[in-house]
Design a protein around this ligand. Sequence first.
Ligand code: NAD
Length: 314
Amino acid sequence: MKRILITGALGQIGSELTLKLREIYGADNVIATDIKKNTSETAQSGPFELLDVTDLDKMMETAKKYKIDTVMHLAALLSATAETKPVFAWNLNMGGLMNALETAREMNAQFFTPSSIGAFGPSTPKHHTPQDTIMRPTTMYGVNKVAGELLADYYYHKFGLDTRGLRFPGLISHVALPGGGTTDYAVEIYYEAVKTGKYTSYINIGTYMDMMYMPDALNAIIDLMEADPSKLKHRNSFNITAMSVAPEDIAASISKYIPGFEIAYTVDPARQSIADSWPNSIDASAAKEEWNFKFQYDLDRMTQDMIEKLREKL
Ligand code: NAD
């Protein structure tokens, strides 16, 4: 990775990934793109281009202009929003991915795009969900993610493109707000804890989902992209996770640092039904075996850091 094009760079992951890659590979070698621009450090600390991922010509032109050798495709509509606009989600998630793969093929570039625990469905084993298992998601987002994994595998087998990907769990971070996923509650709870000392969760008590703190997610992307290709058997779909938690677990962890923190529940049926269709905990052993996946933040360590960072920010 030397000249990296990032799509959707101003989102929850891209805002931090862009900065981290600029630190490692040099600011001028990381080209941030998004459909909109803002005044964040991400948009201003190196090259930035407006790019709608459904516009193949503009994507090719941008890739050639900067002579890129890596594509990191992040632009997508996330799970909860995709359920409200399924046709739009299909066109953006699949059309954008196809354009990003074609751009990578034209440039013979290394390629990364995230999949998600949303690629699993109600018929998938719920506990310690294996790397290779039944994948029959019931959401548009999940359908897009399974198709995306297969499409990226196809580009590897058919064209020899160096495609790689991770099935991310819910990601928790304090820089950019999440963009309409089912696990967004696990970010909101920290903001509300610091601001008001209480939170009303739209996800019900007892609903377990996998989560990970953003610094671990960024390291996982970089470690996977730098990994020896001869060791990768599951190129585009590694299960990774740092914890399996329910809202009451996060609340209990917050209470250790903000005594008296209160949680209540007003369940949103739409997002609850998506959460109920996902695994409770996934098995990350293939990622550990094939490229030495590891994480540093467990729930309490993440909680402590989130609260510290949000106190400074808010
Ligand atoms: P996000 O919603 O925070 O950011 C997406 C970005 O894409 C936004 O900045 C948005 O402006 C941009 N965008 C939207 N439409 C676009 C278009 N047509 N052209 C160009 N840019 C456009 O998303 P995120 O959380 O950063 O997720 C990035 C990727 O990671 C997605 O593929 C998502 O499915 C995946 N993922 C995220 C999580 C998570 O918890 N954040 C978990 C699993 C997988």
